[in-house]
Design a protein around this ligand. Structure first.
Ligand code: DAH
Length: 345
């Protein structure tokens, strides 16, 4: 057999062998096997010097071609094995974040926000608009304009959180949403039919029934010829629309500086339906909030003529609605961000 034929056959076998390498490591070993010092092709090369000088050139060329064929086969195989290896690496490096987070989770609105939206829907359905005011308020809007003068006991009972800003005790976190009434009346001409939900602040120590920040909703109607009957009718309509057709309201005399006459309004206990239970202390009624006819002094402080216009206002806490609706024993859980609680809504 000529040296050229022998080289060809060895190259053929080497190329097949290269093709069978499945990993880069295996390919390195195969390379040593087919082209290394101990390889059959290297042995054939050794024999070149025994070839007669006149044939040596051709034989040398054939040998080189066979060698290059094998080298090329190794390079090609290396390239494709590298692609495979890179893919495998990428696959292995992939971070499966769904394992960390437990898969995508849907959030939900805080129960107080849900109650606020439902209240807004109910009043908007009755023809009211929604207004908002700032949480940082002036003493004038929060108290003075609402007919609550400096020495008034209502100020002490509300335990205000004053800010270190301007004159001492001139700026505070609003203690009620009633100052938004003042802002609405100062920027809008009557007729006014508005509700004003928002967060208020009081210096309360948190317990099962109190949190230092909570939400209220305020209502204000100013028009010609508005009477106490309109107030009672509006509250009754709202009660049925919001709490359900079986729920009714009643008014009891009360005192607020910014309304005259003033009343507290109560609704049929939503837990027992009026028969008496622990929530309503056996009375069948639950106190919801305050209301009354807008005091002439309040109209005067915002420049509305009490001879031409009359109106009523009301206000109540929103958190309590969420609490009753979901029978929540401790108010603080509304703000704890405890996932076991949040996940239920
Ligand atoms: N602002 C009162 C409070 O925080 C609630 C209130 C009572 C609002 C009577 C009113 C009202 O608008 O007429 O206790």
């Amino acid at each position: 057999m000529s040296l050229a034929t022998e080289a060809d056959e060895l190259a053929e076998r080497a190329v097949t062998r290269v093709g069978s390498a499945e990993t880069l490591d295996e390919l390195r070993a195969v390379e040593v096997e087919v082209l290394g010092k101990q390889s059959p092709l290297a042995a054939v090369r050794q024999k070149l010097k025994d070839v007669p000088p006149e044939d040596r050139r051709d034989a040398g060329q054939s040998l080189n071609q066979a060698w290059q064929r094998v080298e090329q086969a190794i390079a090609d195989r290396r390239q494709s094995l590298e692609v495979v290896a890179r893919d495998a690496q990428l696959q292995a490096d992939r971070l499966d974040l769904t394992e960390v987070t437990g898969g995508p989770r849907r959030g939900s609105l805080n129960l107080v926000t849900q109650a606020t939206y439902r209240l807004e829907d109910t009043f908007v359905g009755m023809g009211f608009t929604v207004a908002e005011g700032p949480e940082v308020e002036t003493d004038w809007h929060n108290f003075e304009a609402l007919n609550i003068p400096k020495a008034h006991p209502a100020r002490a009972s509300q335990d205000s959180l004053y800010l270190d800003f301007g004159e001492p005790e001139s700026t505070l976190l609003r203690t009620q949403t009633s100052p938004v009434q003042i802002r609405v009346m100062m920027t809008q001409a009557p007729p006014i039919y508005s509700i004003m939900p928002g967060r208020v602040y009081r210096k309360d120590t948190p317990d099962a029934r109190h949190t230092p920040s909570f939400s209220q909703i305020e209502g204000l109607v100013v028009d010609r010829g508005i009477t106490f009957g309109d107030l009672a009718g509006t509250i009754e309509t709202f009660t049925g629309a919001f709490f359900g057709p079986g729920t009714h309201s009643r008014l009891r005399p009360a005192y607020f500086p910014f309304t005259e006459p003033s009343a507290e309004f109560e609704i049929t206990c939503v837990i027992c339906g009026g028969t008496g239970c622990r929530t309503c202390s056996g009375t069948g009624w639950i106190e919801l909030g305050g209301c009354g006819m807008v005091h002439p002094a309040v109209f005067e402080s915002v420049g509305i003529d009490p001879e031409e216009w009359s109106g009523f206002a009301f206000g109540f806490g929103i958190d309590r609605q969420a609490q009753m609706r979901h029978a929540i024993a401790d108010m603080r859980i509304l703000f704890d961000n405890d996932i076991r609680f949040i996940n239920q809504f």
